[in-house]
Design a binder for this molecule. Sequence first.
Ligand code: GRF
Length: 201
Amino acid sequence: ARLVVLVSGSGTNLQALLDAIAADPDGYGAHVVAVGADRDAIAGLERAERAGLPVFVCRVRDHGTRAAWDAALAEQVAAYRPDLVVSAGFMKILGPAFLARFGGRTVNTHPALLPSFPGTHGVRDALAYGARVTGCTVHFVDAGVDTGPIIAQGVVEIRDGDDESALHERIKDVERRLLVEVVGRLARDGYRIEGRKVIVP
Ligand code: GRF
């Protein structure tokens, strides 16, 4: 399966995918064909370039409206003919034009146990709320914010003395493994989405 990965930051989830594919290029069942970002000069793009992958940047400020940006991003992604799009730390909401083409085959990873703590500060919100456990969720993207059908989740204990970055690092350890496992399974075994249920044979 052809993967396009979208990043906005350090790209450690992307790196986990690249490492898993490199470790078993024939068995993993998918390979990354391009990496896209909504901003320049981020480690995620450097990781892609180091892996010799095509990269593209689609910035909101280069397009008159958010809708124009959304359509442009969809075009840039479509150029690589992905079977699956992986949003790994991509910090923009994918809009109607994008979802018209890639809805149902775009997965996102979120550092909280959805539906708890959606949005940009899921780690901080769980900590502030005093939750005892949190975790990460890999889900299909739909029109909402972190509301699409859930594929898999991983639980992470919140420890006394945790601050946001310590907790986020611990979550990312689980998240990277979960994303690699889920993307590989979707690519190798296929899947169906029935309402809110994701069936992977
Ligand atoms: C991940 O925890 C992702 O869920 C969240 O931001 C983080 C991105 O990390 N949206 P990285 O860029 O993959 O290192």
